[in-house]
Design a binder for this molecule. Sequence first.
Ligand code: HDE
Length: 714
Amino acid sequence: MASTPTKRAAKRSTKSPAPRRTTKDASVKLGEVEVKRGAGGETHQIDGTEALTTQQGVIVADDQNSLKAGERGPDLLEDFHLREKIFHFDHERIPERVVHARGFGAHGYFETYEPLTDLTRADLFQRAGERTPAFVRFSTVAGSQGSMDLARDVRGFAVKLYTQEGNWDIVGNNIPVFFIQDPIKFPDLVHSVKAEPDRGFPQAQSAHDNFWDFASLMPEATNMLMWVMSDRAIPRSFRFMEGFGVHTFRLVNARGRSTYVKFHWKPKQGMQSVLWDEAVKINGADPDFHRRDLWEAIEQGDLPEWELGIQAFDDRFADRFAFDVLDATKLIPEEVLPVQPIGRLVLDRTVDNFFAETEQVAFCTANVVPGVDFTNDPLLQGRNFSYLDTQIKRLGGPNFTHIPVNAPKCPMAHFQQDGHMAVANPVGRTNYEPNSRTGVERGPREDPGGGFQTVPEVMDGPKRRLRAESFADHYSQAGQFFRSQTAVEQEHIVAAFTFELSKVEEAAIRERMVANLRNVDDSLATGIATRLGMPALPKPSPSAVEPDQTLDPSPALSMLATPPGSFAGRKLGILVSDGAPADVLKVLKAAMKAESANVEVIAPVIAGVTLDDGTTQAADQMVGGGPSVLYDAVAVVVSAEGAERLSALAAARDFVTDAHGHCKFVAYTPDAVALFAAAGVSDLDGGYVKVGSRTTAKRFGEACRTLRFWERSE
Ligand code: HDE
């Protein structure tokens, strides 16, 4: 008969009190599902603390020393605790995603605004106010799991909606177009951007020969290149970026009528990016900047929110539109076809365990529900194969849907069984269909009425490997994107191309790229060629279709043309010193509260400072650990003596020079001017606000709503 843990432990140890069996804290929560620690859902306790056990549930008496033969003798094979511990550790890693390896996830819900019965029979769109649980994972594409957050890259924006009729994944990006038109080029694209195979670097960067060699030979990538060289590719945070389903999908109503749709996620917080110089410095100061931001916002209750919108259209629109709606390198401008809001996504819960949820979540474009269907976008068709396939490799077998984060939250019944790590096998005797059983023994049956139906699109045509003629215009929308940007954004694009191409060693690649860009916009190509020091502007590369330079600009493509006009959810960094005026600090904090913004205090030492009224101000960061790149705006609130001391610190001077160079709004007290001068900033332009009272602090808060004082860069 098995002895109780209490008896066993009592026999084993004379020192520690006997552990008791208790049901307190008997389970851990992984997502929605409670995982019991023991079969009985109990844990062993010693003095109110959970007892350490092996995976077999045996209480461990000594976790400090392995079992040895003699005091200085060799380790013994019979040490099952040592072997189990090391064995499990050895197998902790699973293959990282081949792309989008670095990601960060959170839970939330999607709320439907109004029923969309006319457009779709999808269950989640049938009732106003319906809330559907959601899991979202944001990611970068090129870097490994341990790479930095602020890489110049497209961001993944993958949403899993646990609807009552199955899981629906919208596996999108923060850029509405893609590099390639055909899935057969995806491995080449990814090989080219990842580390070069012989040397194993660069990490998480497109600024190298292989990427630009490939990109310059693939004119279809040009539109996407414009986006990745724009500030969209260095977002301020996940909360401040748009998301796109990219492909054209279908919504299908109960009568089987299908409507084409493009999906858009619009951040309620507005869009915001950082400058390249900031991105580079943030990567050093806080490589986890984006994940920390999302984590903190949710933990503080400042819940990130996006509106889901659709561009809905029919065949008539598709036939008339200048570009093929099945071509993922093209978008439909919002000015041509407005985005209609249909619901909102709110992220309200951080994960309990990064590995269990963020790492093991498995998205798949093929996860659609009745009322949603695919189109023949070749890229989408290719993805439908790839995602399922890659999960099997990554998660080790076909049962990854048993993992709580991947499991549907609606009823499920099928005859699929066994395989690695099967934890939810069907019960009963019958595991095949048809069968002659009755009652519960009969098992599930198909439902032609309620089940998923594919739109019966008529297909006709020869079986061939080809690229449709309608996919041939590679430059017109790239030019439209460039011309839709503000002057500041255009300058950033020119600078980004210049930087990236300056890292390319082979002159021929640089030249070929600039030759392609001549088909986009001559001012863009000339600007880059000049900055690269090219002796002559190359001829435009031949293009299959004459680029249309007359497309109307689309202001919706520019971030700065559509500013949020709000500082909410942003962060002010206040640099303080001993003797700093307490009343100014107080009014600044109040002004930021009124803007729904956060404040961090940066002091010469982490212990904080003593203010002029004798109170102590704790610090969130010491000056070397809280550079101004981590903040959306800064304030320098110091005493005369404090300014002098700070002037001697390189980190404090950099705090000012960077904030200035990055066009940030700066609040200051009069004594700060000495520090500004030491940092080489003597011309205090309109972005500097002297703060001494509630009114001036409020004025500063209002100025911050513009996010940056761009006039400084002109
Ligand atoms: Fe992906 N992509 N992709 N992709 N993708 C993956 O699936 C693939 C594409 C996107 O947070 C992989 O689970 C092919 C477009 C996101 O877990 C893989 C093609 C868009 C994520 C894969 C594309 C995306 C992935 C790697 C061309 C925007 C991360 C790991 C036909 C609409 C999801 C995985 C997460 C991940 C294949 C193109 C977005 C290998 C073959 C276009 C957001 O299956």
